[in-house]
Design a protein around this ligand. Structure first.
Ligand code: NZQ
Ligand code: ZN
Length: 391
C-alpha cells in the first residue's frame, strides 16, 4: 500500500424527505445568499425544486436560480453562472440534480473566486479556492456528491475535461433515494454502469498489497450486481435504490481508492464519445470498458482473473488463467447488456469513421501530450485499436 492523504469533509445526509433540510444545512455551513443550480427540468416537474426553495425560505435564506444544465455540462452556462453569482453577491452554491448539475456548480464555485478563465482548471491547474457547494442528489451515478472532481465540456472544440481540488468537495450532500425513483430505466442503468466503472477503474492497479481496498471494491461491486437488476425490474424498490445510492457515493469519495495507483483509461476514452455524440456517460462506459479491459488484460492477467473469481464467481482455471480473466470481462459485458446498456458503436450511435478524430482529440486536443496513462500507457495506435474493438 502506498502513502496517502484522505480528506473527505462532506456531511452526507441520507434518507427519506431529507431535502427539506437543505436550508438548515446551508445555514450550518455559512451560506446566506445562494445560487440554486439545476438541469433540464426534472426537478421542476417532480416538485423537488419547490420543496428545496421552501426549505431555504423557512430559514430566511435568499436565493437566485439558474436552470438549464445539460447532461455533459457545457462551459457556456458556467460563464453565465459566474457572472450571475458576482452580480448577485452569491456566497453558496446549491446543486439540485445529477452529476452534470453538481459539476457545473463546482465549476462556477471555483470560477467566481478566480481572476483568470475558469477553464485553466480544466487544463490541469489545481482548484485551491472555491465558494462552498452543497448538493441535493437526484441520480446515483457520477459520485460527484462526494468527489473533489468536476467534468465540463468546452463548447469551442467540444473538449470534455476534468478538474480537481479539495476546495470543490461539497460541504454537504443530501441523498434521498426516493428522489431517484422518477428516473427512466435507461438513466438508472447508466448510473449503475458509471458506479461500476468507478470501482473497476480503482481495482485495476499496479500497487501491491492493497487487500483492504481490493475487498472494499469487491463488496461494492457485488452490491451493484445484486441490487441493479432489482431497480430495473421495480423502479420503486426503495431499499435497492438506497443501497445503490450509498454504493455510488462510496465508490467515488476515494475511500476505496486510497494507497493504490488507479486506471481511468476507460473514462478518458469514453469522454470522447460523450463529447462527440452527447451520449450518456454511463452508456459510453458500457461500450468502452470491455474493450479497454480486453486490451489491458495481458498487462496483468492475474488481476483480471481475481476480479472474475471474486466478483463474478467464475471458476479459476489454473492451467489457463487468461480464460478466467476473459470470462470475467464477458460477465461484465453480459450484465451491462442485461440492464439495457449498449454493447457497441452501432447501439450507442457512434461511427467508425469518427475514430481518427476522437483519437486526435483524446491525445492531442487542448494541450494533450500524445499519450494517456493509467493501468498501462496508450498512444495513437493503441487508442485506435480500442475504439475499433467497440465497433
Ligand atoms: O436535466 P434533468 O432534467 O434534471 O434530467 C437529468 C438528465 O437528463 C435526468 N435526471 C436526473 N435525475 C433525475 C432525472 N430524471 C428524472 N428523475 C430524476 N430523479 O438524468 C439525466 C442525466 O443527468 P446527469 O446529471 O447528466 O447524470 P449523471 O449524474 O450521470 O452525470 C453525468 C456527468 O457526470 C460526469 C460525466 O462525465 C457526465 O458529464 N462525471 C463526473 C464525475 C465527478 N464529478 O466526479 C465523475 C464521473 O466519472 C463522470 O465523469
Ligand atoms: Zn464516471
Amino acid at each position: 500500500m502506498e502513502n496517502f492523504d484522505f480528506y473527505s469533509p462532506t456531511c452526507f445526509v441520507f434518507g427519506k424527505e431529507t431535502e427539506n433540510r437543505a436550508g438548515e444545512l446551508i445555514k450550518r455551513f455559512g451560506g446566506s445568499k445562494v445560487l440554486i443550480h439545476y438541469g433540464g427540468g426534472s426537478v421542476v416537474r417532480s416538485g423537488l425544486l419547490d420543496r428545496v426553495k421552501s426549505s431555504l425560505s423557512a430559514e430566511g435564506i435568499s436565493f437566485v436560480e439558474l436552470g438549464g444544465v445539460k447532461p455533459n455540462p457545457r462551459s457556456g452556462l458556467v460563464y453565465e453562472g459566474i457572472d450571475l453569482c458576482r452580480k448577485e453577491g452569491v456566497d453558496f452554491l446549491l446543486a439540485v440534480g445529477g452529476g452534470s448539475t453538481i459539476d457545473s456548480s463546482k465549476a462556477i464555485a471555483a470560477g467566481v473566486v478566480y481572476d483568470g478563465d475558469f477553464w485553466d482548471f480544466y487544463q490541469g491547474k489545481r482548484i485551491e479556492k472555491a465558494l462552498p457547494v452543497g448538493t441535493v442528489l437526484t441520480i446515483a451515478a457520477a459520485g460527484s456528491e462526494g468527489s473533489g472532481d468536476s467534468v465540463i465540456t468546452k463548447e469551442e472544440g467540444m473538449f470534455k475535461r476534468g478538474a480537481s481540488g479539495d476546495a470543490i468537495r461539497p460541504k454537504f450532500s443530501i441523498l434521498n433515494p426516493e428522489l431517484t425513483q422518477t428516473l427512466p430505466p435507461y438513466q438508472t442503468a447508466c448510473g449503475i454502469t458509471d458506479i461500476m466503472a468507478h470501482l473497476y477503474e480503482r481495482y485495476l492497479t499496479n500497487s501491491k498489497d492493497v487487500e483492504v481496498t481490493d475487498r472494499l471494491i469487491e463488496a461494492l461491486l457485488l452490491t451493484m450486481i445484486n441490487e441493479g437488476p432489482k431497480v430495473i425490474a421495480d423502479p420503486d424498490n426503495y431499499q435497492a435504490r438506497a443501497n445503490i445510492m450509498w454504493a455510488g457515493t462510496m465508490a467515488h469519495t476515494n475511500a476505496c481508492g486510497v494507497g493504490r495507483s488507479q486506471d481511468w483509461l476507460s473514462h478518458m476514452i469514453e469522454h470522447e464519445l460523450s463529447a462527440q455524440y452527447d451520449c450518456a456517460h454511463g452508456a459510453g462506459l458500457a461500450v468502452t470498458m470491455p474493450a479497454v479491459f480486453s486490451y489491458e488484460l495481458s498487462h496483468n492477467v492475474m488481476r483480471f482473473a481475481q476480479a472474475a473469481v471474486r466478483i463474478w464467481g467464475c471458476q479459476m482455471d489454473f492451467e489457463n488463467p487468461e480464460r478466467t480473466a476473459r470470462a470475467g470481462i464477458e460477465a461484465l459485458r453480459n450484465y451491462l447488456c442485461s440492464i439495457g446498456m449498449p454493447k457497441n458503436f452501432a447501439e450507442l450511435g457512434a461511427k467508425e469513421e469518427d475514430i481518427p478524430k476522437m483519437v486526435q482529440s483524446l491525445l492531442y486536443g487542448d494541450g494533450g501530450s500524445g499519450k494517456i496513462s493509467g493501468f498501462i500507457t496508450l498512444g495513437e495506435e493503441d487508442c485506435t485499436k480500442i475504439y475499433q474493438a467497440m465497433v
